[in-house]
Design a protein around this ligand. Sequence first.
Ligand SMILES: [Zn+2]
Length: 139
Amino acid sequence: MDATTGIPPAVTEETAAFWSAAQEGRLVVEQCTACGATSFPPRGICRSCRGRETSTAEITDRGVVYSFTVNHQRWLPDLEVPYAMVLVEFPAHPGVRVTGRLRGCPAEETRIGMLVDIGFEPGPGGQAIPSFIAAGADA
Ligand SMILES: [Zn+2]
């Protein structure tokens, strides 16, 4: 997935809460009301107990880079290349992994295990999309 190109993200019954929270700069994931397990992306069904009663939980912790790719393709005229797309997990929320562009550090300094703060940036269709910030950076 590339965060800055393509069609606007699909807003479904399951993902509506995520996108509306994203507009406010908050990362919201699905939480099972039966067992408390958190999941992302939202599916409307618990990954742990298969329960179908879900609510939302906001994640405010720092994330940890689980994997990343460095992109050299300039998809948009004002896009700085290269840039890193990171897959971020949250130690307190197993089952939640979120993809986004990494800001605040050179792409070549991206490392697995580095800490990142949750952020957002404008994406296709006016949606705010996740965009992480290297911990300690000003970006
Ligand atoms: Zn559950």
